[in-house]
Design a protein around this ligand. Sequence first.
Ligand code: 4NP
Length: 154
Amino acid sequence: MKKIIFVCLGNICRSPMAEFVMKDLISKEKFKLEITSAGTSGEHDGEFMHYKSQDKLEKAGIKTQGFVSKKLTQKLCDESAYIIVMDDSNLKYVLRNFQRIEHKVLKMTDFAKELGYDEVPDPWYSGNFDETYHIVLTACKNLLKTLKKEFNSP
Ligand code: 4NP
């Protein structure tokens, strides 16, 4: 099964949100795709997601069980068809630290161009989990359409 991975800095706010939104969207489709997420820092390895990301997801009816924060590795990069980063610093980090990925790194905001953001704002700093959720949801919906076409799914 094809796998995609969402990447942010801490893997507790943005990329877990994207992982679980995408899992929820995919669960309503015949289309099968493995979805995961990771952080570039590894600082929160082994932790659950930020309680405010969990809150946004649960309020939207999206289950969050089973999440464990992890650091991005070369193995995860090798296994993934696409690596979807939240901001320019994630992009810079992955390009500097991992091999064989240039052709498969994408920016999350490229799938939500209509919203006019160049990066997904980090709610760890902005405190605005609503704004981040709105961008993540919009991008995931468009990303799903793109992946369905790409992987030739009905
Ligand atoms: P995330 O947000 O990259 O969206 O998970 C952050 C979470 C934690 C930290 C920074 C950003 N931190 O510095 O611990």
